[in-house]
Design a binder for this molecule. Sequence first.
Ligand code: HEC
Length: 110
Amino acid sequence: MKNYRILFATLLFLGASLGSSAADGKATWDEHCAKCHGADAKGDTKMGKKLKIADLSDAKVQAGFTDEDAAKAIKEGKADKNGKVVMKAIEGLSDDDIKAVIAHLRTLKQ
Ligand code: HEC
């Protein structure tokens, strides 16, 4: 009986760790965002320079958008002041992925 309990606890633990890797903010950032914004969010990439991306690691820039603004940019894309789409909506991310990737972006703040 006792062994079953240990087995159950192990399964629960495994389930929890698998669950958290499903919404890995850093992995999502590296896969979907880094090509423009850079791994460190400074926008120091070829695409970043072309699009004149702001330094998203800058605390002042981060203060300029809320988590809701960021989620909206990810879901709907972002246009510049002339209405030209500069960041396309990122497809295939769940709400949990979006939450996790924004949380990851907040950790890059300097
Ligand atoms: C095609 C290049 C590209 C990709 C890919 C991209 N972005 Fe962007 N992103 C931009 C551009 C361009 C802007 C707006 C201009 C700027 O930052 O100065 C922007 C703006 C933002 C903003 C600021 C939103 C606001 O309201 O001010 C956030 C937050 C953001 N991106 C997060 C992300 C995240 C998270 C991902 C990945 C899921 C991502 N971006 C992928 C190009 C990109």
